[in-house]
Design a protein around this ligand. Sequence first.
Ligand code: GLU
Length: 510
Amino acid sequence: MEQEVRVRFAPSPTGPLHIGGVRTALYNYLFARKTGGKMILRIEDTDQTRFVPGAEQYIQDALKWAGIELDESPWTGGPYGPYRQSERKPDYMQYAIRLVEEGKAYYAFDTPEELDAMRERLKAARVATPQYNAITRMQMKNSLTLPEDEVKARLESGEPYVIRIKIPRKEEIRLNDMIRGWVMVHSSTLDDKVLMKSDGMPTYHLANIVDDHLMKITHVIRGEEWLPSAPLHVLLYQYFGWEDSMPRFAHLPLLLKPDGNGKLSKRDAEKHGFPIFPLEWVDPVSNEKVAGFREDGYLPDAFVNFLAFLGWSPGTNEELFTLNELIQAFSIERIGKSGTKFDIDKAKWFNQQYLRQKPDEELGKMLLEQLKQNGIDADMEKATKVAVEVKERAVFPADLWQEGALFFVRPATYDEKVAEKKWNEEAATIIGQFKDSLQEVETLDAETAKNTLNEVLERNNVKIGRVMQALRLALTGVGSGPDLMNIIEIIGKDETVARLEQALQQLQVK
Ligand code: GLU
């Protein structure tokens, strides 16, 4: 029987979840759903110095907004819990001790000052990357250099210690990444990473491996920034004797700045004025606010579609994929190796496409919401008509209001340039007669409005092109916008007549 796919997204609650994190979660989710496997979320909160209140809630809210469902998590529970590493604390030590007993890890008692002194010494000796490793460990204070009884005494006296992995001196570590192929690293380039910290907490490396093993994770799909740690992780699987159930690794390409030069950062987002966080975030300490895709008016399905294409492509020219279609089309093989440029215009394009495709009712609701925020009372029927009329001009729901306001608000001013060019005796006469004729009409729709106008024009022997912009100016105050006859139909007879009257009074014929 095929083994059930189990993937996990393992964020650390150290701040708002960045768009790269949401992409990692999304790819894990797509892969889980595609393969009929399980999507797990584990909170990696072993670094208590970096804990930020509210960050875990933010992760939960952001994934929910994006439609990424979790089969197992701290919030949904599941058979392999707890799903918060801080709640698994008592379990990790035994694994570290097991490695010590097998000679694959050791206790280290060096103080911060001693560690600094070591680095200084190595720097003075022109060692490029001074580190605690297979060579330097023998000059330090640890259970490899100290007599056994002294080690015992130190441990018993409660002296602070860490447990470090004992990296082999000369060994090639290989891993077959699903995206990058074979990655080979020589163990002499690795350092003896701390596995257990002096506060009794495991480090990320130990906790991550132990938990992936205990949670029966089959694939580790995560950002490229974790690739340098992967050889250490492979070694840990070997040390524990878990090679046979070691997950497969897939390291996702970096998200790059818009110009392709370097990693996308919060600063780029601020500089260019676009969001890189899914939701707005208010820093609990500084109160600093960062923008979110949601608050900027991005629709979750457009956001997810955009995100999926930041590193993956279906191999066709098709770009619009709902979440279900993404699940069908997704494969790890089609994830690229090289970094992807972050292009906010593409995000806007997706949003525009999704907004246009929304059912009329939903567009109406969006506009109604905007109207309410702007203090305008309107009914759903009119809001829907207007939203449908202006949707082609909108990228965000707020644009429905920007573009649709003229349907609800009488012009307060008239564009002077248009007035100068187009408002003349002839236009005023035609518009005056048009207004009078409209009053006779029983039900005014776009068709009748058009016919009525044509009659007036014919009677006066005037071509439509000579008065159209003046009429638009009179009705909307500006020189361009949605179809005029549709505007008349939607605002209705009384409002049309009132606007034409106002224009005839306020606009001077020069
Ligand atoms: N806790 C790590 C992070 O914050 C998880 C990395 C991994 O997926 O192994 O990204």
